[in-house]
Design a protein. Sequence first.
Length: 75
Amino acid sequence: MAQVLIRNIPEETLNVYRERAKRNGISLEQEIRNLLEQNRPYTPEERVAISRYFHSKTLKVSPPLTLDDIREGLE
C-alpha cells in the first residue's frame, strides 16, 4: 500500500475528523482512509455503467417540437 504525508491541515479540520472517528469507533487514520475510498473518482468503466443505468431508467422523451408545432400552439 502507498503512503501519503499531508502537511498544513488546519487543526479545526483534523478535530472534525477526530470526533467523527471517535463516534465511529475507529482511528483517525481509518476515518481518513474511508473518506478517501468513498470519494475516489470513478473509473471509465464505472462511468459508462452509471450512464447506462440512468439512461435505462429515464422515460423515452418525445422528439422536440418544430417551429411549426410551436407556432400552431400559439395560435
